[in-house]
Design a protein around this ligand. Sequence first.
Ligand code: 3UK
Length: 516
Amino acid sequence: MTLPSGITFSSDYKVGLPGRFNVAVPFIDRHLGEGRGAKVAIRTATETVTYGELAERVNRAGNALLAAGLKPGDRLLMVVKDCPAFFYLFWGAIKAGVVPAPLNTLLRTADYAYLFEDSGCRLVVYSSEYAKEVEPALKQVATKGSTADAFLAEMAKASPALEARLAAPTDDCFWLYSSGSTGRPKGAVHLQRDMVVTSELYGVRALGVCEDDISYSSGKLFFAYGLGNSMTFPLWTGSTAVLDDRRPTPDTIFETIETFKPTLYYGAPTLYAAQLAALDAKPRRLDGIRACVSAAEALPADIFRRWKEKTGTVILDGIGSTECLHIFIGNRLDDCRPGTSGKPTPGYEVKIVDENGKPVAKGASGRLWIRSESAAKYYWNKPEKTAETMVDGWLNTGDTYRQDEDGYFIYDGRSDDMLKVGGIWCSPVEVESCLIAHPAVLEAAIVGHADENSLIKPKAFVVLKQPGSGGAALTEELMALCKTTLAPYKYPRWVEYVTELPKTATGKIQRFKLRS
Ligand code: 3UK
């Protein structure tokens, strides 16, 4: 793909941008000049939006925001489902100089009240599906709100022309709140240049997204993962995004894939596991897909193997974060090692360090830090968190990683989830992957549990494919499987059968909730 005019990447992957610009121009308006006005940008079950229509509605949305009294720099909070209006609001805001902050749509009133207050936002636009949780929060903190439908009606009255407000590449552009397993959410402030960097370095160069692609992501737009998958990568390449506003289940995902025939599918390990179980019951057609991507938590090698066996497609696991915006270490179609996160995305600097900040010996486990041009600049209103996490341009991921003999990065769990067993590190993820390989097991979580000597040992919480089928015999079998597959000290001393695991909105297991 040729880069939009005025934008360059050097041979060492540094982005070059005009001193004054607006990032809505290369992502939205550029396509009109490049002849894509009639090309489909977005497809949903009920709607098709061309690049021409998109550009006009982005302008109308920007004008409607200005008419509602928002000034450049003001925050627009969005509680919006995966639908075209998400694009209009997000880009309309950016083009007008307003800062959009998409929020998780699965939160409760108390969470929204906190976020409306923390952000000091001028307006909240929400899909009416979320009115029950959002409207009481608007009242509590006296914030102005509008349903997405009411906003679309304002857009219809607004002018279809809007001049882009110019900014510097390192000016604040949009926010994403990072959920975190503990503490209040933190607003990560992203810059004008950040989406250019992720779209080009991961989307185009690492994954190979191109103009002919059709992208579909089960991870929603409000996650950094979905924002790249379903919006910035397709818009950067002039290709097509498929949006589905339903809660993703194996059935809705397969139905969407069969209807729209995406070429790229972006999922997460929990869903791939559920999809595999569903494929056992009913075969589905996935033949248009040329690559599947997985992120949000480590993809067990066994899921990779079974998916490839069943569908013929590889799943490219990659680690990204809200702060880095998208995948910074990932597998590639031409370089993939199952059971690892792959290798650094070219353009992302990576280091694994010990407790003193010194790089570890190759192969040793340590804390992962990242430096890049797509990193959030700071956390809104949280100077201490900012100082802790962002140091000299480097970002502390909070993840523990090591490299195998060929340089592939292996995830060893969150730094705070690691266990010391008999004085030796034990990765919960490693034990879980082993348990998941057992045919009766759907999901598993490992946490530390004190034994009769108050020493921490691994304990397993296991979800079975057939609930209620667990018992002493299966427990023996699972322990034996771990003892024979892993270093024996890592086997779970207790196995508890549960019907589900506590998870964050992004689908990550909340191991801290299982600790006792
Ligand atoms: C964990 C992974 C192992 C890891 C994300 C792709 O997940 C995303 O962002 P979040 O801010 O969480 C970041 C944290 O999640 N993680 C993510 N991917 C993997 N661990 N293997 C993986 N493949 O702890 C990381 O620090 O919710 C993912 C693109 C954009 C994203 N924001």
